[in-house]
Design a protein around this ligand. Sequence first.
Ligand code: ADP
Ligand code: MG
Length: 257
Amino acid sequence: MIVAIANQKGGVGKTTTAVNLAAALAMRGRKTLLIDLDPQANSSISFLDHGTIDRSMYDAIADPACDLAQIIKPATSLQNLFVAPARIALAKLEARLVGELDAHFRLKDKLDKLAGEYAHVVIDCPPALGLLTVNALVAATHLLIPIQSSYFALEGTDDLLETIEKVRQRPNPGLRILGVVITMHDKRTALARDIREQIQKVFGGKVFRTVISKSVRLEESPAYKESIFTFAPESTGATDYYSLCEEVIERAEARTA
Ligand SMILES: Nc1ncnc2c1ncn2[C@@H]1O[C@H](COP(=O)(O)OP(=O)(O)O)[C@@H](O)[C@H]1O
Ligand SMILES: [Mg+2]
């Protein structure tokens, strides 16, 4: 399974979801690769020391001679988890690839070369619908959309769905929307309940049963270079992401789209 975590809005929980889903998958004992496509490099820094990151996804995508295998590093605190890190240089990638005929296929081609080395690949996308996110959607088998439980939750989803449809029409007809996960939910408020209903009206059965609650522990764990499962195993954040991972696997293994 190659799952892209995408939503062009910033701060909706993409990185938190990518980091903890990748950790949960790795803890099931299968080799898992976390690819960081956000120039901000937040998910890279959750598992690697900043000083050890030299070459990044920028090189793997921009340089035909650089394979993914050359930039992948083992996560510092977790077995079976490997990271293809980002650097701020990724912000220049789009300009670099202007006019390249295979610009949308760069990541897919590099991933194909890894030929099944990883059981699972999780791709953390930047907060934009540009070339990097399109590279992720073209390379992915599945898509997971985090939507923040907030008043403007659904704003912008039309553009996202349009991009997904374009990718499905041509470069990647097999792309499946695995589901929508509601993040930063505060179940005590009536507003949050309303928002959940609205999201359910739009996405129906695509919405995961698991809802990620607001949790300070989830905000803290990256600073300690840990996933929520080792940082605060008893927290609601750990329970929520564990159950999201179970649902992700269940859906990915189900035959129908
Ligand atoms: N469930 C949550 N509860 C509390 N804070 C969260 C939760 N999920 C994410 N955050 C925090 O919200 C901010 C944005 O989340 P992040 O995962 O970085 O979003 P994105 O990658 O979409 O920009 C971060 O500071 C993160 O720690
Ligand atoms: Mg992010």
